[in-house]
Design a protein around this ligand. Structure first.
Ligand code: PEP
Ligand code: MN
Length: 262
């Protein structure tokens, strides 16, 4: 992952856009896939406002075993349908090594979540799946540990990894996590891999998603992953932080304006 090994930035290309080396992408969509209507509506509006990738969890790594765990297989199929209609590539989380092959058949990008960021068996497995990997920073991971986790994917033969700063655990409880904005310039100086910011899980509240997204862009992020939902207040996971269409539209406008000014 080191720039000393590979000085040129790694650029990942998708049919809808590129990330890395000055190229910027936004992935957006609901926290969880909940229904056909919900994911198709979300896919249409995030595309309309300029997102180049659709996100949506089918297998959800919930903190509580009693919380909604995602639609699983059905969720993957609905994501494939949303991709077929909109042309947006799909990123979705894979939570277990034995699911990697199945998720990789449907997804364009495999997400490894914060809670699995040091699940080395999972990292090695996604490294062999032949799909780009979006790796979230663990809740209490140092940047060095984060890069070592990415190294498990690279070492398995997959050079296509996106690193995502999504907030870390600190003493502050006002936000859900503390967005470590400095992770962006530090990681970009150490590694050739694209670095994204997830303002949604850091903020935990929709009102703070926009300023954190802008902070990430200003710090030099190569992309954003943002939660957006047709009816966030009814969402089965992360209801407080998902953006309804009007707020998502504003975020995209402000991000474009800021990028043009950088
Ligand atoms: C998510 O993207 O919905 C998610 C669970 O994120 P994280 O792993 O960063 O908490
Ligand atoms: Mn979420």
């Amino acid at each position: 992952a080191s720039r000393e090994v590979k000085p040129t930035p790694t650029v990942l290309a998708f049919p809808t856009g590129q990330t890395g080396g000055g190229h910027f992408m936004v992935a957006a969509g609901p926290c969880s896939v909940e229904s056909r209507e919900q994911i198709l509506t979300a896919a249409r509006f995030v595309k309309r406002h300029g997102a180049q990738m659709l996100r949506g969890g089918a297998f959800k790594p919930r903190t509580s075993p009693y919380a909604f765990q995602g639609l699983g297989e059905m969720g993957l199929e609905l994501l494939a349908e949303a991709r077929a209609e909109t042309g947006l590539p799909v990123v979705t989380e894979v939570t277990r090594p034995d699911l990697v092959e199945r998720v990789a058949e449907q997804a364009d990008v495999l997400q490894v979540g914060a809670r699995n960021a040091q699940n080395f068996a999972l990292l090695s497995e996604v490294g062999q799946a032949g799909k780009p990997v979006l790796l979230k920073r663990g809740l209490s991971m140092t940047l060095e540990e984060f890069l070592m986790a990415a190294e498990y994917v690279l070492a398995a033969g997959n050079p296509r990894v996106i690193l995502v700063e999504r907030g870390i655990r600190t003493f502050e409880r006002a936000t859900r996590f503390t967005l470590d904005v400095s992770a962006v310039p530090v990681l970009k100086s150490w590694t050739h891999l694209p670095v994204w910011v997830d303002p949604s899980h850091a903020a935990g509240k929709r009102a703070w998603v926009l300023p954190l997204a802008l902070a990430g862009v200003a710090a030099g992020a190569d992309g954003l992953i943002v939660e957006a939902h047709p009816h966030p207040e009814q969402a089965r996971s992360d209801a407080a932080q998902q953006l309804p269409e009007p707020l998502f539209a504003t975020l995209m406008q402000r991000v474009r304006a800021l990028r043009a000014a950088l």
